[in-house]
Structure formats: structure tokens, C-alpha cells
Design a binder for this molecule. Structure first.
Ligand code: 5AD
Ligand code: SF4
Length: 445
């Protein structure tokens, strides 16, 4: 292993949500363009090791420290290796990282990642030893994004950062800051770049994308209008977005569902609980009826729309009856593929002061019961899709081999089918012939 090969590569591990995946891509491009570093999958050969972290639950946070333990040994062998921690754990636990892992050189919050090349230069020139930067300079971050040259068929694009909802259990407003909308120009520029490099689907990202509200001295744009602008980009075939909040479904968003066929017939809309009492103590800002009225209005516009959701079980004060209400709403709305979690106490959030009176075994039992129900619902939906014809955006060659292609239905289900590579990037009609646990098989019509 020569010193040169060490100097020119970096290893980046991404934990957590799609926003982190997007940020990791921004870092990959900026390290490549500004420092000439290329990514390696072999951490032992890299001169720079970065972990882009998530602190939404305690478990995610612990993963960071066990990885840092492994990297400590790499650095002991080669002290020139630079170790960086970015993302939400960096933002929230800078001091803890210092204490538990003093060999870490760089701690950068999600809104400071664009400063990485300069910081690396300073550390290399020994101008500074350890750097912690956890500012919330969101606009500066978006202005500094450097575009790379290759695009996937489906690309993520962050349209807003942070959250101002302050749900009582959630760290996001403290780690990513309050809501800030990226400028319309900057979003459209990146979207056009992705499309001109082959992207056919854009997934708009943000903690609450439908709270998007960009204002400048000469323009104002809300989420519905943004969807409209994006839908006008030629060669773009599909638009998805995640995550949204039930309280930000304005008239312009419903209008988007009426007038934009590129907007898929599927929505991820976190409900968290089916009990009004728990929703109030989570400070979600809506009741079950209000949540259902959003779904009802969307179904009036798009009768075949499907929904997925996020659930937290074992929130302080959740009784069997409250939990049953969550199961009832799953039955009623027919959610299937969804994310469900046991409540995890996050430092600095109001819910840490609530009396956590649900026993661990009960929490686990509830989680299993909820996940069993979601799996049963998924199984039924996949069975019902057999024999139907689905519009699939072909994303590439399937990892399953056998000359199979892979793509997704509008409701985000993966379908594998035989076909020619020249259909990659196109929307094709596929008849569903079979199912496995989470995916479908089919044949091109
Ligand atoms: N404990 C458990 N789950 C949480 N989530 C957010 N904060 C917590 C927490 N403290 C879940 C919510 C949210 C998803 C991204 O993570 O369901 O929608
Ligand atoms: Fe967290 Fe609530 Fe904001 Fe979602 S809406 S990011 S759960 S505070």
C-alpha cells in the first residue's frame, strides 16, 4: 500500500435517512471535485474515513461509536488517517464524541458538510488539530453544491432542510435546525442537471416537504407550485416526495394531484399513532379524523392511491386501548410497507420528561403485533396485484441475475421481469405473474 494510494481515497459510511444519503452524495462530489479524492469501499486503504450519522433513535447513535472503535485501530496503524463524523450525531453530540472518541479529527453538522474540503486542508497542513462545526448555514450549503457527472434513473434532491414542528419525541429540529426552503432556482438547476445526465425520476426530499415555502424579494413558491415547475421539465417521467406532514396539505398540493400525472399514486404520510390522546402528547398537531380527512380528499382525486406511514409504539402513556386504535387505523387505511419503531428517549426533547410507564416487553410485543399486521396487509396487496398490469419505470438490471430487469410500480413496489437493457429508463407495462416476500415478478406486455 503506497502513501499515494492512501492520500487519494476516502471511505464514507452513510447511516439513517434519505436526507443523509443525499448529503453523502454532496460530500462525495465535493471531495472529488475539490480535492481529487475518490471513494473506496475498503476502509483500510483510505486516508479519510467519514461516517454520516443519524441520531433519530438511540440504537442508530450507538452504531456510530462501535464503528469509531474499529477506525481507531486503523488510525493507530497510520496516524495520518483523518477521521470525520458528520450528520445528526455530530450536531447533537459533539462533546460526547470528543470524550468517547478523542481521535476523531472532524465533527460536522449536516449543514456544514460543504466546508469539508477546506477543513481537510487545514488539518493536513496542521493549521488546526480538531474541528467542530455545527452551524445551521443551510443556504450556504445549497449554494456550494457541486454537481457530479453520472445520474441514476431515480435521483434524490433535497428541497428543504430542518423542521419547525417540534414533535415532543423528535431530535430533528435540534440536529438539522428549523425549516429552511432551498431556492427554486437552485432546485431547478440541480433537477435539470440530473435529467440531462439520465435521471427519469426525482424524489424530492425534506423533513416536511409540503411545508416548502420559498420567498425572495421577487418570487414566492409553495410546494404545489414547486411540483408544477418540476413537472414541466421535459424527459422527467416520475415525481415522488418524502416525507410530508398531514398539516401542510394546502389547496395547491391537492391541485398538483389533480393536474400532474407525473406525480405518483403513492404517498408516505406518517401518522405515528391512531390515538388522539397520544397524538396530542406527541404534539403532532392533528387528530385521527383530521389525518383521515387528508387521505379522503386525496382518494377523491386519485381513487387508486396507496399510502404508507410511520408508527411509534410504546410512547409514554400508551395503553392497550391506545395501541388498539393504531392497529384499527392500519386496518382502515390499509397501510402496508411502513416504518415502525419502539419509542426511544432522545436527549433534549420534551418527551424525555414524560413518565415512560410502558414496560419494555410490552413495547416489543406491540411492535411485533403491529409489524405482523403490516406484513399481512402487504402480503394481501401483493397477492391482489397478481394478474394486474403495472406501469414500471425500468431502473436497471436486477441483482437477482437471470437477465432480469428491475423497476418500481407507482406505489413503490419492486418488480423483476425479463427484458432488454434498452428499456432501462423507460416506463413499460408489466403483467404481474408472481410474488415473493416484498417484491413482485412479471412479464413485459
Ligand atoms: N423514537 C422512536 N421513533 C422515532 N421517530 C422519530 N423520533 C423517534 C423517537 N424518539 C420515528 C418517527 C418518524 C421517523 C422518521 O422516525 O416515526 O416519522
Ligand atoms: Fe420530527 Fe415531527 Fe419534524 Fe417529523 S414533523 S421531523 S417527527 S419534529
Amino acid at each position: 500500500m503506497t502513501q499515494t494510494s492512501l492520500r487519494k481515497t476516502f471511505f464514507l459510511e452513510t447511516q439513517g435517512c434519505q436526507m443523509n444519503e443525499y448529503d453523502s452524495k454532496v460530500m462525495t462530489d465535493i471531495l472529488n471535485i475539490e480535492l481529487g479524492l475518490s471513494e473506496t469501499k475498503d476502509s483500510k486503504n483510505a486516508s479519510l474515513l467519514i461516517v454520516n450519522t443519524c441520531s433519530i433513535r438511540e440504537k442508530s447513535q450507538e452504531k456510530v461509536f462501535s464503528l469509531l472503535g474499529v477506525w481507531k485501530k486503523i488510525k493507530e496503524k497510520n496516524p495520518n488517517v483523518i477521521i470525520g463524523v458528520t450528520g445528526c450525531v455530530a450536531s447533537q453530540e459533539g462533546d460526547l464524541i470528543r470524550k468517547r472518541a478523542p481521535y476523531v479529527d472532524i465533527v460536522l453538522g449536516p449543514q456544514s458538510i460543504h466546508r469539508l474540503p477546506n477543513i481537510i486542508k487545514k488539518i493536513k497542513s496542521k493549521e488546526e488539530k480538531n474541528i467542530i462545526d455545527i452551524d445551521f448555514s443551510v443556504i450556504e450549503k445549497f449554494d456550494s453544491i457541486k454537481f457530479k457527472t453520472d445520474s441514476k434513473i431515480s435521483e434524490f434532491i433535497t428541497i428543504m432542510e430542518g423542521c419547525s414542528k417540534y414533535c415532543s419525541y423528535c431530535v430533528v429540529p435540534y440536529t438539522r435546525g428549523t425549516e429552511v426552503s432551498r431556492s427554486l432556482n437552485s432546485i431547478l438547476k440541480e433537477a435539470k442537471f440530473f435529467i440531462s445526465n439520465g435521471a427519469k425520476e426525482l424524489v424530492l426530499l425534506g423533513q416536511n416537504v409540503n411545508a416548502y415555502n420559498y420567498k425572495s424579494s421577487n418570487e414566492i413558491c409553495d410546494f404545489g407550485l414547486l411540483l408544477f415547475y418540476i413537472s414541466q421539465l421535459s424527459n422527467l417521467k416520475r415525481i415522488r416526495y418524502t416525507t410530508s406532514h398531514p398539516n401542510n396539505f394546502s389547496a395547491s398540493v391537492y391541485k398538483a394531484y389533480q393536474h400532474i400525472p407525473k406525480l405518483v399514486n403513492h404517498l408516505h404520510l406518517p401518522i405515528q399513532s391512531g390515538s388522539d390522546k397520544i397524538l396530542a402528547s406527541m404534539k403532532r398537531g392533528y387528530t385521527v379524523i383530521e389525518y383521515k380527512s387528508v387521505i379522503k380528499k386525496l382518494l377523491e382525486i386519485r381513487p387508486s392511491m396507496t399510502f404508507s406511514s410511520d408508527f411509534i409504539v410504546g410512547f409514554p402513556g400508551e395503553t392497550d386501548d391506545d395501541f388498539q386504535k393504531t392497529l384499527d387505523i392500519i386496518e382502515e387505511i390499509n397501510f402496508d410497507v411502513s416504518y415502525s419503531f419502539v419509542y426511544s428517549k432522545r436527549p433534549g426533547t420534551p418527551a424525555t420528561y414524560y413518565k415512560d410507564n410502558v414496560e419494555d416487553v410490552v413495547k416489543k410485543k406491540r411492535l411485533h403485533k403491529l409489524q405482523d399486521l403490516l406484513n399481512k396487509k402487504l402480503d394481501t396487496r401483493l397477492k391482489n396485484m397478481q394478474g394486474s398490469t403495472q406501469r414500471i419505470l425500468v431502473e436497471g438490471v436486477s441483482k437477482k441475475g437471470d437477465n432480469l430487469l428491475t423497476g418500481r410500480t407507482e406505489n413503490n413496489t419492486v418488480v423483476n421481469f425479463k427484458g432488454k437493457c434498452n428499456s432501462i429508463g423507460n416506463i413499460v407495462d408489466v403483467r404481474i405473474t408472481d410474488k415473493s416476500k416484498n417484491t413482485l415478478k412479471g412479464e413485459i406486455i
